[in-house]
Design a protein around this ligand. Sequence first.
Ligand SMILES: [Zn+2]
Length: 429
Amino acid sequence: MTNDEMRFGTEILKQAEVLATFTEDAPRITRTYLSKEHRQAGDYLIGLMREAGMTADYDVMGNIVGRYEAGVPFAPVVMTGSHQDSVRNAGKYDGLFGILSPIACVKELNRQGKRLPYTLEIVGFGDEEGVRFGVTLIGSKAMAGNFDPAWLEKKDANGITMRDAINQFGGDADAWQSLDRRGDGHGEVVAFVESHIEQGPTLLDEGLAVGVVTAIAGATRMNVKVTGLAGHAGTVAMTKRQDALTAASEMVLYVERYCRDNENLVGTVGRIACLPGAINVIPQDVEFSVDVRSGSDSVRHSAIKQIRTEFTLIAERRNVKVDAQPFFELNAAPCDDALQKQFADAIAAQGIAPRYLPSGAGHDAMEFPKVCPIAMLFVRCGNGGISHHPSETMTAEDAEIATATLLHFFEHYQPPSFFADKAQRVDRS
Ligand SMILES: [Zn+2]
């Protein structure tokens, strides 16, 4: 397919290039919540939404919200979207593709004069990555009723609270509850769907442009402290040592082995510190992190149990103490079976065999199961599947196929009949 033949791909990639210029530390891409660059990206996206035939504006927390009204009265809402913010030194497509691709769909529907049997809402969440205030998924948490108002007092590196930043942005921090979309009785949200780059190599390795997400992985994070006994590196015999680092090393390797040997499981030790940290002293205190993720909560729970048991055995054998404390737990968010099937049909309509795969990374969609069923479409990520990095890539062809898939989904999705009944009831009364 040449660039001229594409309906969506070339234009979306151009738009991603424009968005990449709204950055706090050029030539790198960094765009945090409620920054000047958030405003620039938001104004640009609102412009695209309006041009595509939507009404669009910021909400009280700085999320960018566009609406393409249904063609029928009393219609429910289907939400789609992703995040406008980025990590530090980010790529160009993480989050943004999930905003740009549905805008392209609406533009096409509007060009054809087509309305859907539901209102399509496209959201550019102000924050997902949590770079500025250390809280992730702020926008989607607010909409899914998972927002904790104590977070409004959290300060950024310059001592500015989230509350002040929201209000200075033009929002209204104390109106955060108004964003809650859990069954408000009006314009109910019946589905949340998100298109996103895969951020991994599965689709790339299998030569597929798109895939259906089965579940967003849950995670457990632990802090592990290993306590041994310091001693002179020259005088303490090897058999007499209580070396905290060699014990921790065995534990780290165990995490790797256990997660490698069990399906649907990944485990990472990403941080480790050793004291006293001297070349001629036997390590006494080691602290390290463990991050375990799985699309299945039961698989993850038994992994954590097994890992803690094994840590205790290693510590006993090596005559050190170990304390492994989980400090963060997030349940998996399964994608809705019926919506998965509809995405699979939409992929098949592009002449591609539907591939089902889990998401190891967190996404805005994972906040929504309390509101409505969720689904995700993954798009192939180039360069070995790298993301959260400047070398993150996507081809125009893949953007084209993914957007055509999304459009097919939107055109074929039928909202639950409950709403039709309700509309009839209201019409008769
Ligand atoms: Zn993302």
